[in-house]
Design a protein around this ligand. Structure first.
Ligand SMILES: Nc1ncnc2c1ncn2[C@@H]1O[C@H](COP(=O)(O)OP(=O)(O)OP(=O)(O)O)[C@@H](O)[C@H]1O
Length: 352
């Protein structure tokens, strides 16, 4: 893909550090449950691909990212597709390492260049052991120096908030595996909550809905497509419908069923409400002075889940606070991680 210029890349062009600078690449990586994005110092976002690896029976890598996603759920016994991250954390170390290595290879300047600095974002709720696993995977994938940053902090920087200010900001980052809710002030996370519910769970709920109500077995990709097309948190001005294809569970033949946005909303409501309840719980835990900042600033939604129709409206109605969806919510975290990479000294205090 073509590199995306951001204000950080144009403002902070990398200074040459040594005569051998061209031999190295410094990167920032948003290692997500659903998508992995890479930002290269001085260039911007250079890779945005699904976090999937296709492997053969002998453990060799067949494909990574987009190509592997096309094979997902369509493989035979000699190929399997694996998503190495679950709930925001690495679930399969070996495959995660292959994936990081393969993605870095895709964006490498030259075959002989190596990765020097790597800034990686991690969910704020992960354990020290899980953090160690991320660091080890990054190092084994070739990084000489690894820096970790909490995802909501990276998201806040990515959407242009001044995280050093003595003012409270609430970020709700809804990814594939986790929802991260954090109140940030003075370069630190004052309060955070990481719920292991995200877009994947919503897909699963839709798959179960079809199984229960239509005796139809649909795949993960179809479930996600239904969610993105019809899914909503509150009634739509104009309700919509679509056809979904799958396998009939009674006679085993391929079938098509019509599904409406109303049905999908009903199926999603319990999970969506859990996300909203986590936001209200976080508000209850926010210190009063920061809480009053939120009255003016409101809540910022980032991550792909922020795009679920009317989710902002539901959170606004429930909390009675202004709710904003970040511009390009799917890239907010990597843009922030990239901004940190561009000026590590300035952002030293936000690194974990
Ligand atoms: N228009 C949309 N409506 C609803 N959900 C969407 C939409 N677009 C993307 N998503 C969902 O967003 C999720 C991916 O978001 P994102 O890339 O921010 O997650 P991630 O960083 O990979 O996950 P995590 O942060 O949990 O590790 C997927 O579950 C995807 O289905």
């Amino acid at each position: 893909m073509q590199a995306t210029e951001t204000p950080e890349t144009t403002k902070n062009r990398p200074k040459k550090q040594s005569a051998f600078d061209w031999l190295y690449t410094d990167i920032a990586i948003d290692l997500g449950t659903a998508n992995t994005l890479i930002y290269e110092r001085g260039k911007g976002i250079v890779l945005n691909e699904p976090s999937i690896v296709a492997m053969d029976a002998k453990g060799g890598v067949v494909a990574i990212g987009h190509e592997a996603r096309l094979m997902h759920e369509k493989t035979h016994q000699n190929i399997r597709t694996i998503r190495p991250l679950r709930d925001g954390v690495i679930a399969d170390f070996e495959v995660a390492e292959h994936m990081i290595r393969g993605m870095i290879k895709k964006v490498k300047k030259r075959w002989y260049s190596s990765t020097r600095k790597m800034v990686v974002c991690v969910p704020s709720g992960i354990t020290e052991v899980e953090k160690r696993a991320v660091r080890d995977s990054a190092e084994r994938a070739g990084a000489k120096e690894v820096f970790l940053v909490d995802e909501p902090m990276a998201a806040a920087i990515g959407i242009g908030l001044d995280v050093h200010e003595p003012v409270g900001n609430m970020i709700v980052d809804i990814g594939g595996g986790t929802t991260e809710i954090a109140v940030i002030a003075l370069s630190g996370i004052v309060y955070s909550q990481s719920v292991r519910i995200g877009g994947d769970k919503l897909n699963e709920v839709i798959i179960n809905y079809f199984r229960r109500n239509h005796n139809l077995l649909i795949g993960e990709r179809t479930g996600e497509e239904v969610k993105m097309t019809l899914g909503s948190a509150t009634p739509l001005d104009e309700e919509i419908e679509m056809y979904a294809k799958g396998r009939d569970l009674i006679n085993g033949v391929p079938k098509t069923r019509v599904v409406t946005s109303r049905d999908v909303r009903e199926a999603l409501s319990e999970t969506v409400n859990t996300i909203v309840e986590s936001v209200t719980k976080s508000l209850e835990q926010t210190p009063p002075e920061l809480s009053s900042d939120l009255l003016d600033r409101g809540i910022m939604l980032t991550g792909g889940g922020a795009l679920l129709k009317n989710l902002d409206r539901l959170i606004m109605e429930t909390t009675e606070l202004p709710v904003h969806i970040a511009e390009d919510p799917l890239t907010a975290v990597v843009r922030g991680t990239g901004a940190i990479l561009e000026d590590i000294d300035f952002y030293k205090s936000v690194l974990t």
